[in-house]
Write a protein that binds this ligand. Structure first.
Ligand code: NAP
Length: 257
């Protein structure tokens, strides 16, 4: 059986879309999340999909689950144990979105956001470095930044700061782990997942934000998942240390005025 790809945040919008896509190509997966029931249901779905894959996936071990909190160092050790000797890819699609004015940002909240978005990704990469380097065909890490790391939005101080750290981590790991492991990140704009529900759930607000994009719609989980799948694959074998915007052009294109 080929080496697994590990998805942290597997039960999330982007993580689960990615799991389904990779399973349909017969890719063995290690699914990491907080909710055992939702993880098990996703794993069953992935195993069923993988068995029908054109290349023929393997039902045994096609989707292993590991449960825990990404801020708990013990989780990463358990993930490394589940992965074994070789790992083809690591995706850290964990996050939350706590917005608020600067005057209300508690230092404890900013630290917790940093821990979840950046330190969790560092610990995950640390735990899997040996297995990733051990993959003869090369391997890849993909982290999740945000459009808000490089473009300024009000009420985003805490999450923007955390995502800035994710981008720094991406560059540092790309340098340190080359040439065996490629390291990149995606930077989505507002994407319809549970994380963004407080914004996208208000259809008037969602339509207003969609119209701000040169490609005038909101992101779907599949947009981000397809970009991650590309960055994991051989098709991006000469790409490392990059932050790929998945944002309908919002960060870089002015289509009006
Ligand atoms: N959606 C957007 O608009 C958007 C925009 C820019 C960047 N991003 C980034 O994209 C990535 C994926 O987000 P998403 O949109 O797919 O959001 P999502 O659907 O809310 O998924 C986030 C995932 O993170 C997990 N998570 C949260 N706290 C955790 C913790 N302490 N320990 C372990 N897992 C934890 C959640 O677990 P549960 O399933 O148990 O809740 C969930 O699976 C995140 O890094 C996010 O910051 C998203």
């Amino acid at each position: 059986m080929s080496a697994s790809i590990v998805i942290y945040g597997a039960t999330g919008g982007i993580g689960s879309a990615l799991a389904r896509q990779l399973a349909s190509a017969g890719q063995p997966l290690v699914l990491v999340g907080r909710d055992a029931g939702r993880l098990a249901a996703l794993a069953d779905e992935c195993v069923a999909t993988s068995c029908n894959a054109p290349e023929g996936g393997s039902p045994q071990g096609a989707a292993i689950t590991v449960e825990g909190d990404a801020c708990d160092p013990g989780l990463h050790a358990r993930v490394a144990e589940a992965v074994g000797e070789r790992c083809r890819g690591l995706v850290y699609a964990v996050g939350n979105l706590r917005l608020g004015p600067l005057s209300r940002v508690e230092p404890s909240q900013a630290l917790a956001d940093f821990q979840l978005h950046a330190l969790g990704a560092l610990m995950a990469a640390q735990a899997l470095t040996a297995a990733l380097k051990n993959c003869a065909d090369g391997s890849a890490i993909v982290l999740c930044s945000s459009i808000a790391a490089r473009s300024g939005f009000p009420n985003h101080a805490s999450v923007s700061m955390a995502k800035g750290a994710v981008e720094g981590l991406t560059m540092a790991l790309a340098a340190e782990l080359a040439p065996k492991v490629r390291v990149n990140a995606i930077a989505p704009s507002l994407t319809r997942t549970p994380l963004a529900q407080p914004l996208t759930g208000n259809e008037k607000l969602a339509a207003g934000i969609a119209a701000l994009h040169p490609l005038p719609r909101l992101g779907e989980a599949q947009d981000a998942a397809q970009a991650i799948e590309f960055l994991l694959s051989e098709r991006s074998s000469w790409i490392t240390g990059q932050i790929l915007p998945v944002d309908g052009g919002r960060s870089s294109v002015r289509s009006k005025g």
